[in-house]
Design a protein around this ligand. Structure first.
Ligand code: WQD
Length: 339
């Protein structure tokens, strides 16, 4: 298939492009490089040996996106492009609603205009809100604690309504749990701008000496050791889940959890990281982070039953590959007084 991948130079997008190319699909990437770099294109090509067509473009710009759709006959779209910093979304809600919702609507309308029938959407477990784990696709969604999460829930509803009104527009909504790790080559991975919000990139930066120590956000939750429990899923497993979703997408609207079905606590992850990589990760226990759930993990059975997809890589693989990427990256350790 010829696949349009929006946000394809981003963390999950770039890994999915590698999997698409290695599965024999062709890829056209559109990305405005607001949170990624053009260098990722070279890495994708060096890993796969395949050329990638790239447009530096804003997905909300209907005119230029229409020209791209006219120039290429896409068989499907995978829509990753979107702002995703939870904290920032609380401070800049209109930026998030405008970008994340308008990009989704523009793409869906252009799919209808150009008869592109398959649309895979990058959603998030955040849409479950404060439901109790394991999270099941049929659950009623509850309000999230932030505009970012609301844009995911709203985008799901927008795409579902458009599909119901247009029998030839089929949608697969993929709810990611906690994507971590990197391609085994270490050439692509997660490199957030500034101070990492998420656990794993913060851990790898502490291990490399870029940050002094990890702050563990609370150890008084009702969990195995008091720290937060999440369903970490290797980004390559996630990428392969997109291929399965695209290739199985026939009729109507499908919703799938992409997770391992297993919960791991912050302290368990830190311990696994230190053991696998033989590198210390000093930490302090601090106050809980507002909005955090104690526990969030998937019921992963639907993707297994309907897509034949399950996560194959474990926590050790995630820790090894995340560290391999960080170790190879040019980010240097800060001096004592810079940390
Ligand atoms: C994981 C655990 C923290 C950082 C977020 C978004 C979600 C999705 C994935 C986009 C929690 C703890 C973290 C740190 C810590 N993103 N932690 N110290 O919050 O589960 O999900 O990222 O789709 O939408 O909400 O991921 O990595 O931030 O936190 O103790 O410095 O690690 O409390 O228990 P989260 P996270």
């Amino acid at each position: 298939m010829n696949v349009l991948v929006t946000g394809g130079t981003g963390y999950i997008g770039s890994h999915t492009c590698v999997s698409l190319l290695q599965a024999g699909h062709s890829v056209v990437i559109v990305d405005n490089l607001s949170n990624s770099s053009r260098e990722t294109l070279e890495q994708i090509e060096s890993i796969t040996g395949e050329e990638v067509m790239f447009y530096e473009n804003d997905v909300t710009d209907e005119k230029t996106m229409d020209e791209i759709f006219t120039h290429h006959s896409f068989d499907g779209v995978i829509h990753f492009a979107g702002f995703k910093a939870v904290g920032e979304s609380v401070n800049l809600p209109s930026k998030y609603y405008r970008n994340n919702l308008l990009s989704t609507i523009v793409l869906a309308d252009l799919c209808l205009k150009h008869n592109v029938e398959k649309f895979v959407f990058s959603s998030s477990a955040t849409v479950y809100g404060e439901n109790a784990s394991p999270m099941v696709e049929s659950m009623e969604l509850l309000p999230t604690t932030n505009p970012y999460g609301e844009t995911k829930a709203m985008s799901e509803r927008i795409l579902s309504d458009i599909s119901k009104a247009n029998p030839n527009f089929h949608v697969s909504l993929l709810r990611y749990f906690n994507p971590v790790g990197a391609h085994e080559s270490g050439l692509i991975g997660e490199s957030p701008n500034g101070i990492p919000n998420n656990l794993m990139p913060y851990v790898t930066q502490v291990a490399k000496g870029i940050r002094e120590k990890l702050s563990v956000f609370g150890d008084d939750y009702d969990t195995v050791d008091g720290s937060g429990v999440r369903d970490y899923v290797h980004v390559m497993d996630l990428a392969e889940g997109h291929i399965a979703a695209l290739e199985h997408l026939e009729e109507g609207v499908r919703v799938y959890n992409l997770g391992t079905g297993k919960g791991t606590s912050v302290l368990e992850l830190v311990e696994a990281f230190e053991q696998v990589n033989q590198v210390p990760v000093p930490y302090d226990i601090v106050q809980r982070r507002p909005g955090d759930l104690a526990t969030c993990f998937a019921d992963a059975s639907k993707a297994e039953n309907e897509l034949g997809w399950t996560a194959k890589r474990g926590i050790q693989d995630m820790c090894r590959d995340a560290w391999n990427y960080q170790s190879r990256s040019s980010q240097e350790a800060l001096s004592e007084n810079e940390r």
